[in-house]
Design a protein around this ligand. Structure first.
Ligand code: NDP
Length: 281
């Protein structure tokens, strides 16, 4: 049976480290980390995410601002707000909650955020910094996964990591992070010819597909480490990952559950990145 990688416990550890470091920063330098979260429209899931981020800021002792624009907001309106936040000395991190309404060009918005305040790590400048191995901000979800491996004493060097999914927010950045830690990395996607064969060779599997219980135990190599990024709500209301936990835990050596795995790490790393940004002031 696999060891469960407890994202809730690890994220709590990171949050308490960030909280102590924040107290120290305020005490010694008089700098309070500040995060601005921008929400456009009233997507229910986005509202929940923004709420959790605000709550985490309060817990950390951060200064936080929430900016809510109507679903009809123009691109110009949003760009003006970002420009204001870029110049605001009390703000060290700016996060624009995605997805954005159709009239707004997401790429343009992400590129408008100052790279020095881009705590999500989505700006092309930060993507490039990560690619060359000199990151300024690393995207929160993959960074959280790297922390999970680190806190679980799972070494990456020389391991074969297979990533299923090539999104800009998860698949590609986790591939780079694992590569920088000297894993041999394979990235799979919907056009991959023989996914099962690829996954079978993996010492580390990252499932970032968005398909409920897609990766099953029979696809895994004995003793593989499985990181499940997926968050899928079944019709029954049950929350499941991209990995079929019941069959996978019988084959894997370590596995992240859903919920309580990668999910809680994302906000913890957002807090971590905001603190890092404030420390650079
Ligand atoms: P995307 O939809 O952007 O990417 C999904 C990827 O999976 C694509 O690269 C796609 O390939 C690939 N894929 C789809 N079907 C298959 C298939 N049959 N075989 C192989 N590859 C396939 O998703 P995200 O990366 O944004 O998110 C992935 C999951 O992680 C989602 O469930 C999301 O909810 C969750 N998530 C969780 C977070 C957290 O905090 N825990 C944060 C972000 C996401 P192709 O490129 O060819 O289309």
């Amino acid at each position: 049976m696999a060891t469960i990688i407890d994202g809730k416990a690890i994220s709590q550890k990171i949050r308490s480290e960030v909280k102590s470091a924040t107290e120290k920063l305020i005490r010694e330098k008089g700098v309070t980390p500040g995060l601005a979260v921008v929400l456009v429209g009233d997507n229910p899931a986005s509202k929940v995410y923004v709420g959790s981020k605000e709550k985490a800021c309060v817990e950390m002792g951060f200064y936080s601002e929430k900016h809510v624009l109507p679903v009809t907001a123009s691109q110009d309106e949003l760009l003006k707000l970002i420009d204001k936040l870029n110049k605001d000395k009390n703000i060290h991190g700016i996060l624009v909650q995605l997805p954005l309404p159709k009239q707004i060009n997401e790429d343009l918005v992400l590129e408008a955020i100052s790279p020095e305040k881009d705590v999500d790590g989505f700006h092309p400048y930060n993507v490039g910094r990560l690619a060359v191995g000199k990151p300024l901000f690393q995207p929160c979800t993959p960074y959280g996964m790297m922390k999970m491996l680190e806190y679980s004493n799972i070494s990456v060097e020389g391991k074969h990591a297979v990533i299923i999914g090539r999104s800009n927010i998860v698949g590609k950045p986790i591939a780079l992070m694992l590569l920088h830690k000297s894993a041999t990395v394979t990235i799979c996607h919907s056009k991959t010819k023989d996914l099962k064969a690829e996954v079978k060779r993996a010492d580390i599997v990252v499932a970032a597909i968005g398909k409920p219980e897609f990766v099953t135990g029979d696809m895994l190599k004995e003793g593989a480490v499985v990181l499940d990024v997926g968050i899928n709500r079944l019709e029954s209301g049950k929350l499941v990952g991209d990995v079929d936990f019941a069959s996978a835990e019988k084959v894997a050596s370590a596995i992240t559950p859903v919920p309580g795995g990668v999910g809680p790490m994302t906000i913890a790393m957002l807090m971590y990145n905001t603190l890092e940004s404030a420390k650079r002031v």
